[in-house]
Design a protein around this ligand. Structure first.
Ligand code: GTP
Length: 598
């Protein structure tokens, strides 16, 4: 394979700026997709992704393109996941490329995620060129957006193609730009093998499928390989490229991108960022940048119908086969029964997994409020990692608690800056910077505790900015903080599923809020029900559900038998959806309503 004719590139864009639509157009223009396949966005494989309009799995597609110079090029389009939870995966996919096409919506302009991705691409020393998409829209203003790109990113836009993925405008020019702007890959075919894993997933028939970029050496079918991070060895059973359907090949050389199947059973053994080398002629140093990603956000997942427990466990196991960054372990709750404590990279990752469980596996779930991971030092000098309020030791045993902080960059039009600042202040933010990118676009940078972000920050941000604000964040560090465990008690019994770790200053408000909400959902019973919020033994809020005045069922017992039976049937049905806390029966909806953090 002539390396000079290879171009490895990626498309980077803010969510919804048209990356997938544009990618499909490139496939179409180069004849990679047949007419029948055009209807669907091919790169967004899973149904779920299509519905949510986001790209989760990175993919690599080989396009053949005969350029205006008469030469036949191989263009490897490497798709990247489009959300902040997957920054590490994005950075590994970008490492596999020499260039990146920056797509900016000509009616919107530069957004937080545009910038975050540009920085990632710059970190990998990629050649970047801009494309303005959606010029068919009446509100498109390519001149303004070009000026913005020059001003904010410092990228020359003199050659920037004005395109419409929807109308198919500018697609040929984009292909020419790829050929001319993206450098050909370098590498030594005769050197020891160095191949980067930039994506991997589980396939029921083939086992784990790995996407690789070969930097040095040549990989052949039948080769004995070693994965450098975990030292495990395998034999290459099958390899090839996606075009976009799999095409088997006997070898892949330096500069090339393709898939490898080597009898690997779980994705955790083929981690993104790891280096593959030959067992018998290994490279001395792995490729830099490998990292084991750890879950940052946790929540309890419980089946609504307790008989679904096994189904849920099987489903979680299946998901973990395919997702090395997702974790789970059994957990029991007095109020919710048997379930699992699950760890996710971030909120979106959490939502995706929950949705897949409900949709693909048919398990109805109750999800407890998301929490982050805390570092707790006990008075005995022990260091604990606590990811659930119920595991937080009693206050007298805690020496100090540290919580994770993030650095958030929020992009917002001028008129909403005030609202964004007050939201960040309310969320215990520390202001780092307010920067006017252009006359009307502002970048607000705050240090924020992740614990405040996981509750409702993103939704609040969107609503106060009428959807215009965009958020990007990176993890900073752990900081000591005045955190307490807030318990909700029903007639003196702690409802473990509702316990929260909150900042002391917020505890009063949160406690009152929870108690009031709880009251709405608890039906009157034969006796008075006290709902309290407490920190340790100190009650900070209380509501009471008054007892029923008289026994309404009493009069039925004198009546006819069929009515009585009906009543009993009804009660039985109702029971299923009740959870017992102490002597009080709580309707399932009470938990659903309170725990649904929307
Ligand atoms: P993520 O996968 O979430 O990163 O989004 P994306 O950047 O891949 O965006 P996608 O291609 O899904 O497009 C987002 C929306 O913009 C869709 O509704 C597209 O139909 C629409 N869209 C894409 N390109 C154009 C265009 O050139 N003009 C117009 N008018 N709409 C477009």
């Amino acid at each position: 394979m002539d390396r000079d004719l290879i171009r490895n590139f990626s498309i980077i864009a803010h969510i919804d700026h048209g990356k997938s639509t544009l990618a499909d157009r490139l496939l179409e223009e180069t004849g990679t997709l047949t007419a029948r396949e055009k209807t669907d966005q091919f790169l967004d494989k899973m149904e779920l992704e299509r519905e949510r309009g986001i790209t989760i799995k990175a993919q690599a597609v080989r396009l053949k393109y005969r350029a205006d110079d008469g030469k036949n090029y191989i263009l490897n389009l490497i798709d990247t996941p489009g959300h902040v939870d997957f920054t590490y995966e994005v950075s590994r996919s970008l490492t596999a490329c020499e260039g990146a096409m920056l797509v900016v919506d000509a009616s919107q302009g530069v957004e937080a995620q545009t910038l975050a991705n540009v920085y990632l691409a710059l970190d990998q020393n990629l050649e970047i060129f801009a494309v303005l998409n959606k010029i068919d829209l009446p509100s498109a203003d390519p001149l303004r957006v070009k000026a913005e790109i020059e001003e904010i990113i410092g990228l020359d836009t003199i050659d920037a193609v004005e395109a419409s993925a929807k109308e198919g405008i500018g697609i040929h020019d984009i292909l020419e730009e790829i050929v001319h702007k993206v450098p050909a890959p370098k590498g030594d075919e005769t050197a020891p093998l160095k191949a980067l894993i930039f994506d991997s997933w589980y396939d029921a028939y083939q086992g784990v499928i790995i996407l690789v970029r070969i930097f040095d050496g040549t990989l052949k079918k039948g080769d004995k390989i070693q994965l450098m991070a975990n030292k495990k060895t395998y034999e290459v059973l099958k390899m090839g490229v996606f075009s976009p359907h799999p095409v088997e090949m006997a070898s892949l050389g330096a500069g090339e991108v393709g898939f490898v199947i080597a009898g690997i059973k779980v994705v955790a053994d083929a981690k993104v960022g790891d280096t593959i080398t030959h067992l018998h002629r290994p490279t001395e140093t792995p490729l830099p940048g490998f990292k084991v990603v750890k879950p940052m956000v946790f929540s309890g997942l419980y089946p609504i119908d307790t008989s679904d427990y096994d189904l849920l466990r099987d489903a979680l196991e299946k998901l973990r086969l395919n997702d090395a960054s997702f974790s789970f372990e059994p957990e029991t709750s007095l109020a919710l029964g048997f379930g699992f404590r699950c760890g996710f990279l971030g909120l979106l990752h959490m939502e995706i997994i929950q949705e897949r469980l409900e949709r693909e596996f048919g398990v109805d779930l109750i999800t407890t409020a998301p929490t982050v991971i805390y570092k707790v030092t006990t008075t005995g000098g022990e260091l604990l990692q606590v990811e659930s309020a119920n595991k937080l030791p009693e206050v007298q045993f805690i020496e100090r608690i540290e919580e994770p902080f993030i650095l958030a960059s929020i992009h917002v039009p001028n008129e909403f800056v005030g609202a964004v600042l007050s939201l960040c202040e309310e969320k215990r933010g520390i202001q780092r910077e307010i920067k006017y990118l252009t006359a009307n676009r502002v970048m607000v940078v705050y240090e924020l505790p992740l614990n405040e972000i996981v509750l409702d920050f993103y939704d609040r941000l969107k609503s106060i900015s009428r959807g215009y604000a965009s958020l990007d964040y990176e993890h900073l560090d752990f900081r000591e903080s005045q955190l307490v465990r807030l318990n909700i008690l029903i007639n003196g019994e702690v409802v473990d599923a509702l316990s929260l770790i909150v900042h002391r200053d917020k505890s009063q408000y949160r406690g009152r809020d929870l108690v009031t909400k709880m009251k709405e959902f608890i039906p009157r019973q034969q006796f008075e029900v006290a709902i309290q919020a407490a920190i340790g033994t100190k009650v900070i809020a209380r509501e009471t559900v008054k007892a029923l005045r008289k026994d309404v069922t009493a009069k039925c017992y004198g009546g006819d038998i069929s009515r009585k039976r009906k009543l009993l049937e009804k009660q039985k049905e109702g029971k299923k959806r009740m959870k017992q806390v102490g002597n009080v029966e709580l309707p399932q909806e009470a938990f659903l309503a309170i725990l649904k953090v929307k």
